[in-house]
Ligand binder design. Sequence first.
Ligand code: ZN
Length: 199
Amino acid sequence: VFAPPINRLITELSRFPGIGQRTAQRLAFHLLRVSDEEALALADAIREVKETVGECEVCFNLATESLCRICQDDRRDGHVLCVVEEPSDVIPIERTNEFNGRYHVLGGALSPIDGVDPEDLHLAELIERASADGVREVVVATNATTTGEATALYIADVLRERAPSVSVTRLASGLPVGSDLEYADEITLGRAVRARREL
Ligand SMILES: [Zn+2]
């Protein structure tokens, strides 16, 4: 029905999470309606993040330099590491204002069915960081999903062996079971950070 360039745009937009065919069409027609300048600003913004944003070489959070802003910040407490699945999980925890330590982004959760094994995540780097001098606690803030829970137990086991002096804690319950961290509200998540328990 549409000219090939419009079809192409609709196809690209429909790849976004939560965007179905109809919404993709609406967005495409919106882009056709606005000025060239406005539409191309979006294209530019996409190009800029893809060209400038990479991974922090210490914690694997998003970073525009070799270290992310949290790793660069001397006021953060290096004695406590908070382990999350994805960079997007750092934001909700930061918003609670309950955590002043540093992060470690795994890059996913263990899921043998989907072919995600320990070596596919930043687990070796976590073990190395946790065994370093001064780390006292590792807070495991993986999602309250089957794979998130399995990952938490795996981390507790491996750190018990490889970094026995470090205490491994888990966010307290109260988070909706089966849910992703990024959808938790601040109050619930803040409470879960405060009331974390030993794993
Ligand atoms: Zn970092």
